[in-house]
Ligand binder design. Structure first.
Ligand code: ADP
Length: 449
């Protein structure tokens, strides 16, 4: 069964049940109120009869005659003695004689069902009869008009319930359409995307930002992310294969050279093996960095811990000073030295920036730590080659190198800064660069404290 039909059936059925419950409640409430009113009316009539009998004690009129004057058109008056015998039974209809005879010592009001299903109201009151005996005055009245009114009300409510099915079904249909339409649009878009390899999104309507709107918007952002990551992946594969092309062709041509001249000319042998080793090392380092980049793709993989930023920077500087024999100074203006971050990843960022500063400059390198509001700043300044504005705009792109030839000498892959940028962004920070050709560069990493 289709979702739309299901919603329509459930909605109509629920509304119908509610209407039936309400109408049943109305019916029984009305019945109770009107029966109570009938009982009160019968009790008032009985009172009038009692007063008439009491005031007749000294008159000449017989009780029978008097009672006949008060007989209800649809009922009966009886005087019942202790033995439950009717001393008087006055009625216009013989059928009523079958009504139960009860002697009471206290007032009794009841509704009893007649043989034809029509109820009777029956008031029984103890009363002192003319011979001084305590008897029961019983006044019964058939509630024909009440029964008719209840039957009419029943039919009206039943008819109203049936009529209400139409708007309920229409409402169910509108609700079904309202809910199913966006789901259908979503399914169509997904099917089309799957079949044609597209990245189609759905149109979002309405400003209410309800669950259906949210579902559409989540789907659209998911498509955006998928498209972006698919394109990135495509780009990455094409960039990577392009980058591998050069070392592979260098290795290939040197191998051919070796095959031809390697045995006879030792200088060719040496040059070729050195070049092949260099290219192989480059490929190795590129593969390592590509793996690092792939590993850093998931922000959820960050393992946050509280670290002392000054100690971390001091450790990295010490390693570089010893390994590269370079002069690296540190200036610390941090007031708040602890930071929550992934220690290993921030270490990696510092390695990339210091490695670049060492590679692309020969003079001193200045590292400084400062703070503005809730941001810790790490700056790495060198006085080397520097870059033009157009170059600066591209250095965070994967595999981008300003001077390919120079970069090949230094073993650069063009992946370092894109890894650094990804890590800093994953920490909610940002990385910026100021550079001037021939004067040097300052790379600044801002991390939230
Ligand atoms: P690489 O492995 O080539 O250094 P990076 O992504 O780290 O890759 O850097 C990209 C390019 O940006 C480098 O090839 C270099 O041309 C330029 N670059 C990076 N850092 C500096 C710097 N401190 N001074 C001058 N140029 C730099």
């Amino acid at each position: 069964m289709k979702l739309r039909t299901k919603i329509q059936i459930y909605a109509s059925f629920t509304v119908l049940i509610v209407i039936l419950l309400i109408n049943t409640a109305i019916f029984y409430l009305f019945m109770k109120i009107s029966l109570d009113a009938e009982v009160e009316r019968a009790r008032a009539e009985t009172n009038v009869i009692m007063e008439a009998l009491a005031s007749n004690e000294n008159a000449n009129v017989t009780s029978n005659t008097l009672l006949k004057a008060y007989i209800p058109s649809n009922g009966m008056i009886r005087i019942i003695n202790k033995e439950e015998m009717a001393l008087e039974a006055i009625t216009k209809k013989a059928d009523y004689y079958s009504l139960p005879l009860t002697y009471v010592t206290t007032e009794k009001r009841e509704i009893i069902e007649g043989q034809d299903g029509v109820p009777f109201v029956m008031i029984s009151i103890p009363f002192i009869w003319e011979n001084g005996e305590v008897v029961t005055l019983q006044v019964s009245e058939k509630l024909t008009a009440h029964q008719e009114a209840m039957s009419t009300l029943f039919l009206v409510l039943l008819f109203a319930s049936l009529i209400m099915i139409i708007p309920a079904a229409l409402g169910g249909m509108v609700l079904g359409n309202f809910l199913v339409k966006p789901i259908k649009e979503l399914t169509t878009a997904m099917t089309e995307n799957q079949r044609k390899g597209k990245w189609k999104k759905i149109r979002l309507k309405g400003k209410s930002k309800d669950e259906i709107y949210q579902m559409g918007s989540t789907y659209n952002s998911m498509i955006d992310r998928l498209e972006e990551s698919f394109k990135k992946q495509e780009q990455f594969v094409s960039d990577a294969s392009h980058e591998f092309k050069t070392p592979i062709s260098v290795i290939k041509s040197y191998t051919q050279l070796l095959e031809r001249w390697g045995k006879d000319k030792p200088e060719v042998f040496e040059e070729a093996t050195a070049a092949i080793r260099q290219e192989a090392e480059r490929m190795e380092s590129m593969t390592r960095q590509m793996l690092a980049l792939a590993k850093n793709q998931r922000e959820e993989d960050l393992r946050f811990e509280t670290i002392n930023l000054v100690h971390l920077v001091q450790d990295v500087i010490r390693t570089f000073t010893v390994t590269y024999k370079r002069e690296i100074t540190l200036r610390n203006d941090l007031m708040h030295t602890t930071l929550s971050c992934d220690k290993e990843k921030i270490n990696q960022v510092l390695y990339i920036l210091l490695d670049n500063a060492c590679k692309y400059s020969d003079q001193e390198i200045r590292v400084s730590l400062s703070q503005s509001h809730t941001v810790a700043k790490i700056s790495v300044q060198d006085f080397g080659d520097g870059m033009s504005d157009s170059e600066v705009n591209r250095i965070f792109d994967r595999f981008y190198r300003v001077d390919k030839a120079r970069s090949r000498e230094t073993g650069g892959t063009g992946l370092g800064l894109s890894i650094a940028q990804f890590i800093v962004h994953a920490h909610g920070g940002e990385i910026t660069v100021q550079s001037k050709e021939g004067e040097g560069s300052i790379f600044t990493v801002n991390l939230p404290l």
